[in-house]
Design a protein around this ligand. Structure first.
Ligand code: ARG
Length: 461
């Protein structure tokens, strides 16, 4: 089939050019969106009297037939088809003859590719929100299960203060909540219809862009044709949402990797999410968590690639923009699969409380609690901090814990302090007392879970 733009050409394309120029091998995944766009477009054209109702009916039937054949794997494409827009239209003309040639009226591939990508992205965003919601439900359930279980909170990877595992998991819930909110905001900016912008400047034909947008379920119609065909910031925004969320996943992945190490052994990951070694028979490796940590690199790469492609491109459409799709699709697939895998992996992971318990006594996790106790007795916090620092030094020197300090030791450290009336310094006591809003006390964690659950339900996913 000759190219649909062959009028002013005397020669066909060089074979290398044909391959280099084609986007069909990756943009064919948008075939259903391309056909949906064409059906809306031709419906509007007939309502405006630009094509006849009979032509419209024939074209729609032809498009649906192409869709069916692609769905069933009976129609496949090669680089000769160039891109999905040419492939669908070319087949339509092959099937319908003259009538098929009326479809590409008052539109261009420039607005067509923009509408296809936006339609496709809208669909994918809805699905990703569902994947995120599933992960959130898993986190809420695990947080509930471990709302009272105490573990070690770190800063600088050093023992800091005791926290509940539910609390730790709810920290991730907040990150993914913001990811969901960001993605929902992005959806609002993807939801603008560029179709009818044509090549760059609109058309002399009496089209109705509002109607096409309405038929396609878009919330808005883009304002400026030149911007509509050359804007890719909706894709960039999506890629930055994906990058931030993958970064969040990678932090959890990293925690899984070291929690699973022999040194920690805080968790046990289900066998079905681990792999073995080809040489060391004893190994059970947390490959999924490691892979997730690694996959973030791809998604950052996708973002950087498109930022770089777009930089300095003049208005309006440039072929450079064809380079937006592979990275976008890669980020969609990677983010979706990562969310799915992680949700399932967390679901099947248990915390080894015996191993965690064995480490709780190390590192003076209750030091801040003692300092706060002295504050309650009227000592300024800075001084209380200093006093407890000396207590730690004393204990380290004598190889003991706070509970071994006697009245004499207290007096030696500071004349204002005595071991009397010390609060419950057990890990449970410390955790239960941290009831400040957003704190780690089980009662507070249950409140966070409740608020999280209500918010998630309000997303109706
Ligand atoms: N395959 C092209 C892309 O992805 C479609 C638009 C082509 N437009 C053009 N004027 N050559 O950007």
């Amino acid at each position: 089939m000759a190219n649909l733009w062959s009028g002013r050409f005397e020669k066909g394309m060089d074979e290398l050019v044909e391959k280099f120029n084609a986007s069909i091998l990756f943009d064919q995944r948008m075939y259903a969106c391309d056909i949906q766009g064409s059906i809306a477009h031709v419906t509007m054209l007939s309502e405006q009297g630009i094509v006849t109702p009979e032509e419209k009916d024939k074209i729609i039937a032809g498009l649906l037939d192409i869709k069916r054949r692609v769905d069933e794997g009976k129609l496949t494409f090669t680089v000769k088809d160039e891109d999905i827009h040419m492939a669908v239209e070319g087949n339509l003309i092959k099937d319908l003859g003259e009538t098929g040639k009326r479809l590409h009226t008052a539109r261009s591939r420039n607005d067509q590719v923009a509408v296809d990508t936006r339609l496709y992205l809208k669909e994918q965003i809805h699905q990703l929100l569902e994947n995120l919601a599933y992960l959130q439900r898993v986190l809420l359930e695990k947080a509930e299960e471990y709302a009272d279980q105490i573990s070690i909170g770190f800063t600088h990877m050093q023992h800091a203060q005791p926290v509940t595992i539910g609390f730790h998991l709810m920290a991730y819930f907040q990150m993914f909540r913001r990811d969901m909110e960001r993605l929902t905001d992005t959806l609002g900016r993807v939801d603008w219809c560029p179709l009818g912008s044509c090549a760059l400047a609109g058309t002399t034909l009496p089209i109705n862009r509002q109607r096409t947008a309405e038929l396609l379920g878009f919330a808005h119609v883009t304002e400026n044709a030149m911007d509509s065909v050359s804007d890719r910031d909706y894709a960039l925004e999506f890629l930055s949402d994906a990058s931030i969320s993958m970064m969040h996943l990678s932090r959890l992945a990293e925690e899984f990797v070291y929690w699973n190490s022999q040194e920690f052994s805080y968790i046990s990951i289900d066998d079905s999410f681990c792999t073995g070694s080809s040489i060391m028979p004893q190994k059970k490796n947390p490959d999924m968590a490691e892979l997730l940590r690694g996959k973030v690199g791809r998604v950052y790469g996708d973002l950087m690639q498109l930022l770089t492609v777009m930089k300095g491109t003049p208005l309006a459409y440039n072929k450079d923009f064809q380079e937006d799709k592979e990275g976008l699709f890669d980020a969609i697939d990677t983010w979706r699969d990562s969310l799915r895998i992680f949700a399932k992996m967390i679901e099947k992971t248990t915390f080894r409380m015996d191993m965690i318990q064995a480490n709780l006594s190390k590192g003076f996790l209750n030091a801040t609690d003692i300092a706060e106790h002295f504050v309650k007795q009227g000592i300024p916090f800075r001084e209380a901090h200093e006093i407890v620092g000396k207590m730690v030094k004393y204990c380290e020197h004598h190889g003991c814990d706070f509970d071994r300090l006697d009245a004499k030791a207290f007096q030696e450290i500071d004349s204002r302090i005595t071991p009397d009336k010390l609060p419950d310094l057990s890990m449970e006591g410390c955790v239960n007392a941290r009831v400040s809003f957003g704190g780690t006390a089980p009662s507070e964690v249950r409140r966070q879970i409740q608020v999280g659950r209500e918010w998630l339900d309000s997303m109706a996913l």
